[in-house]
Design a protein around this ligand. Structure first.
Ligand code: MSP
Length: 508
C-alpha cells in the first residue's frame, strides 16, 4: 500500500474561490503530506470544472465568450492552490484536450457496454447544483419547488441520452455492504444506502438546449451532462484511457475528498458508471461538512462569503489552515468566526506552541551558544516525554486512518501542554545557576521533543513545522516519520539556529 491518489472536487468556475474550496484542498493536502512523510508515493489532483449551463450563464453575464471567461476564472483557482502552498501533482481543467479525449472515451465505453439509450427528459433541474431532481427530493414553494437547501429548480423537457443507472441498484447495495469503508463518515454511508434503496431512475446524461460542453460523439446537437464530464477528471489525471500498471496501483488507493452536498454524484452515479464500464472503483469517498459564517449560511446573495486569500493575508496560512483542521471534526459542519479564529491562534499556536519553543531556543542561544549541552543517547530510551512523543505518532496513524484530523491535533497540543508543564516544573532558567547539568539535560529533552513535534506537525501546519525544524537545524532528509526514533535523536554538540518568532498574537 505504497501509492496513494488523493483528489479534490474540481471547482466550478462561475465564481471566485471561497472557504469551501480552500477547506477541501487543505484537507487533501494534509493527507497527501501525511502519506508522503510515511514514505508513500502520492498523486494529488485538483482543478476546475469548466463546462455546463451554470458556467455558460456566468460567461454571458460577464459578456465574455465561455472560453475566455473560463480561462480567466480558472486562473483564480490556480492562484489559490499556490497561495495555499499545497502539494498537488496535477491541476486539471475540463476544457483541456487530454480531458476531452478521456471523457469521450469513457462515454464510448458506456455505449459499447450497452449502457446508454436515447429518450426524452422531462422534469426538474437545478442550474446551481447542475442536478436533475425527482419531485420527492424537493420541497414545495408556492406554485413551484425548491431543493432542500433552497435553490431554484426549473422544469425542462428535451431529447436526451440516458444512462441505465437503475440497472445498478443491486450491485451498488451489494458493493456498499461488502465495502463498509467505501463511504465515510459512516452516517453518510447510511444516507447513500437509503437513497439507493428508495429506487434509482435512469439518469439523463446529455443536454441539447445549450452548447457549452463536450460534444457527444456521433450526434449533432448533444453535449455531455456536466457531471459525467466532471467525474471523469479523476481518471483523466492518471492518464485514462491509457492507464499504466503503476497508475492503476494509485487508483486502488484513491481517496475522493468531497463536500457533503456532492455525495450523490460521487457515491452513487460515479461507482455505477465505473461498474458499467468494468473499471475498478476508488477506495474511499469522504464527505466533509460545511462552514457557516458567524452562524449564518454562506451565500453570495447574502454577501457573507469568506475569501481565503484575505484570511491568509491577514492571519497567516498556517493559522487559517490550523483553524479549519482543528475547529471541527472532519465530517461535521463548522462555524467560522474571527473571534474563534483569533482565540485558536492565540491560545494554541502563540501561547502554547510558539512561546514554549521560543523560550527554550532563546535560552540555549543565550546561555549555551546554540549548542546542545548533553548527550541523550541513553536517556531517550526511557525519558517519559520523549518516549511519549514517539508513541504519539502511532496514535496519529490510527486517527488519520479514521480521518480524525481534528483529534490528531488535539492530541498533539495536549502533548505540547505537557511539555509546557515540564518546562515550568523543571525551571531550567533557575537550575541553570545551581545545577547546570540538570538544566542542560532538561533543555536537551525539550529540544528532542520539539524535533518530534516539528516532524509530526508537518502535514497539519507545514510552514511552522518547517520553521521549527529549521531552527533545530534538522537536515531535510531526516524529517520523515521514520526519523521518529532515538536513533535520530538530537545529540550533544549539535548546533541549533537562532530563535525566530513562530506565531504573533492577535487582538480580538
Ligand atoms: N464542480 C463540482 C464538483 C465536481 S467534482 C467531479 C462542485 N464544485 S463547487 O465549486 O461548487 O464546490 C466545490 C467544493 O466546495 C465542494 O466539495 C463543496 O462541498 C465545497 N463547499 C462549497 N461551499 C462550502 C462551505 N460553505 N463549506 C465547506 N465546503 C463547501 O461542486
Amino acid at each position: 500500500m505504497n501509492n496513494f491518489y488523493i483528489t479534490t472536487p474540481i471547482f466550478y468556475v462561475n465564481d471566485l474561490p471561497h472557504i469551501g474550496h480552500a477547506y477541501t484542498t487543505l484537507i487533501c493536502d494534509t493527507f497527501a503530506k501525511y502519506f508522503s512523510l510515511n514514505g508513500a508515493n502520492v498523486l494529488f489532483t485538483t482543478g476546475t470544472d469548466e463546462h455546463g449551463l451554470k458556467v455558460e450563464k456566468a460567461a454571458k453575464k460577464s459578456e465574455k465568450s465561455p472560453i475566455n471567461f473560463v480561462n480567466e476564472v480558472s486562473e483564480n483557482f490556480k492562484k489559490l492552490t499556490l497561495k495555499l502552498d499545497v502539494s498537488n501533482t496535477d491541476f486539471i481543467r475540463t476544457t483541456e484536450e487530454r480531458h476531452k479525449k478521456s471523457a469521450t472515451f469513457f462515454w464510448e465505453k458506456l455505449c459499447s457496454n450497452n449502457q446508454i439509450y436515447m429518450s426524452t427528459y422531462e422534469g426538474w433541474y437545478s442550474v446551481k447544483d447542475e442536478s436533475f431532481y425527482q419531485e420527492k427530493e424537493l420541497k414545495k414553494d408556492g406554485e413551484t419547488y425548491k431543493t432542500e437547501d433552497g435553490s431554484a429548480v426549473e422544469w425542462i423537457k428535451e431529447e436526451s441520452f440516458f444512462f441505465k443507472l437503475s440497472e445498478w441498484q443491486d450491485n451498488l447495495l451489494e458493493f456498499y455492504n461488502k465495502n463498509p469503508e467505501f463511504i465515510k463518515p459512516k452516517s453518510r454511508m447510511n444516507e447513500v444506502k437509503s437513497f439507493v434503496e428508495s429506487g434509482l431512475k435512469d439518469l439523463s446524461v446529455s443536454r441539447t438546449s445549450f452548447k457549452w460542453g463536450i460534444k457527444i460523439p456521433n450526434s449533432s446537437n448533444h453535449i455531455m451532462y456536466v457531471w459525467i464530464d466532471a467525474l471523469t477528471n479523476y481518471l483523466t489525471s492518471i492518464g485514462y484511457p491509457n492507464i499504466k500498471e503503476k497508475e492503476s496501483e494509485y487508483w486502488k488507493n484513491c481517496i475522493h475528498i468531497i463536500g457533503k452536498d456532492i455525495l450523490k454524484f460521487h457515491a452513487v452515479y460515479w461507482p455505477a458508471m465505473l461498474m458499467a464500464i468494468k473499471h475498478p472503483l476508488p477506495k474511499t469517498i469522504f464527505a466533509h461538512g460545511w462552514w457557516t459564517n458567524e452562524g449564518k449560511k454562506i451565500s453570495k446573495s447574502m454577501g457573507n462569503t469568506i475569501d481565503p486569500n484575505e484570511m491568509i493575508d491577514k492571519y497567516g496560512l498556517d493559522q487559517f489552515r490550523y483553524f479549519l483542521l482543528r475547529e471541527v471534526p472532519l465530517g461535521n459542519d463548522g462555524d467560522f468566526s474571527l473571534n474563534a479564529l483569533v482565540a485558536r491562534i492565540n491560545s494554541d499556536l502563540s501561547n502554547n506552541l510558539g512561546n514554549l519553543i521560543q523560550r527554550v531556543i532563546k535560552f540555549l542561544n543565550k546561555n549555551f551558544n546554540n549548542e546542545i549541552p548533553i548527550s541523550l543517547k541513553e536517556e531517550v530510551k526511557e525519558n517519559k516525554h520523549i518516549t511519549k512523543g514517539y508513541e504519539l505518532k502511532k496514535s496519529i496513524d490510527i486517527k488519520m486512518n479514521e480521518f480524525q484530523v481534528s483529534k490528531c491535533l488535539e492530541d498533539i497540543f495536549l502533548y505540547i501542554d505537557e511539555l509546557n508543564k515540564f518546562m515550568d516544573d523543571s525551571e531550567p532558567w533557575s537550575t541553570f545557576k545551581t545545577k547546570p547539568e540538570k538544566a542542560g539535560k532538561d533543555l536537551t529533552i525539550l529540544v528532542e521533543c520539539f524535533r518530534i513535534i516539528g516532524i509530526i506537525l508537518q502535514p497539519f501546519i507545514p510552514k511552522a513545522a518547517k520553521e521549527i525544524l529549521d531552527m533545530l537545524n534538522i537536515e531535510s532528509s531526516q524529517r520523515y516519520f521514520s526519523n521518529l526514533s532515538n536513533e535520530f535523536s538530537i545529540d550533544k554538540n549539535h548546533i541549533i539556529n537562532n530563535p525566530e518568532q513562530l506565531f504573533p498574537r492577535y487582538e480580538k
